[in-house]
Design a protein around this ligand. Structure first.
Ligand code: SF4
Length: 269
């Protein structure tokens, strides 16, 4: 772990987090958000990639606190529809999304060396791209917060089946990670969107069920799992980018260290 992310002053210990997770596990998402906003105030950041879950959480959090802080990682490869949605959210709620970008020099080195579409060639190059464009900017973003809220749901993918609504995020300096929608189904998310006329990404109307970067996401057929449209050309690789669970394969780490060179931890600009 890099030095910036070494354990900060203890915000919440495992015992308190465990008790809060138990207490809030059967609470509604808005109640979990109320608890988080009350506990952390403007040191809480709602992380959204502007998928359906993130839009639901923005709507709920804005109703509790119109000044809620929302942030996103702009990988530079997002679909136009996602950028359009960010603007619609800004107009609808008056929320200025805090946008974090990858380190320009590291991206330059990566694409000069491996090509712009390196991710299609090899799982390790895909994971390298995700590290550079998503994981490192997220790390830098989280230095601004004591707690972050995500739209993770347990039924999205096997790697997410055990997430708790409140947990200590040891990958990010021991801050608190909150998943208010952990026990919601996809249907409940869409029921909320329709009932509250929440803006959502137009790609959902074109058959997409999970939306990430444009070159790595495609529509899925009815009945397919939502994350099957992500990195569809890979077999046996995790349908994760490393933002929500540390990925270590031994295959990309050396190349990442070489790309970072003097940049060290990727928290520079
Ligand atoms: S999803 Fe694709 S384009 Fe986006 S960061 Fe990962 S590999 Fe790169």
């Amino acid at each position: 772990m890099n030095q910036d992310l070494e354990q900060r002053q203890e915000l919440m210990d495992e015992l308190e987090a465990g008790e809060a997770a138990v207490e809030l596990d059967d609470k509604e998402p808005h109640e979990v958000l109320e608890w988080t906003i009350e506990r952390f105030g403007n040191r809480m950041g709602l992380c959204s990639s502007f998928q359906a879950e993130g839009c639901v959480l923005i709507d709920m959090a804005w109703r509790i606190d119109p000044a809620v802080r929302v942030f996103t990682i702009d990988t530079g490869r997002m679909p136009e529809e996602t950028y359009a949605l960010i603007e619609r959210i800004r107009e609808r709620y008056g929320i200025k999304t805090e946008i974090f970008l990858p380190d320009t020099k590291v991206v330059e080195h990566m694409v000069s060396k491996h090509g712009l579409n390196l991710f299609y060639r090899d799982v390790n190059l895909r994971l390298l791209c995700c590290q550079v464009r998503k994981v490192l900017p997220l790390r830098r973003a989280l230095l601004n917060f004591d707690a972050w809220v995500t739209g993770l749901r347990r039924d999205q993918w096997a790697t997410r089946s055990n997430i708790r609504k409140i947990e200590i995020d040891h990958d990010h300096g021991g801050i608190v990670k909150v998943a208010p929608l952990a026990d919601w189904t996809e249907d409940e998310v869409w029921d909320y969107i329709r009932a509250n006329d929440v803006p959502y990404n137009e790609l959902y109307d074109k058959g997409y069920k999970s939306i990430g970067c444009a070159p790595c996401t495609r529509a899925v057929r009815e009945g397919m799992d939502s994350r099957e449209g992500r990195w569809w050309w890979e077999t046996g690789a995790p349908k994760e980018c490393g933002m929500h669970c540390a990925i270590e394969t031994g295959g990309f780490e050396h190349e990442l260290a070489a790309l970072l060179g003097g940049h060290g931890n990727g928290s520079g600009h």
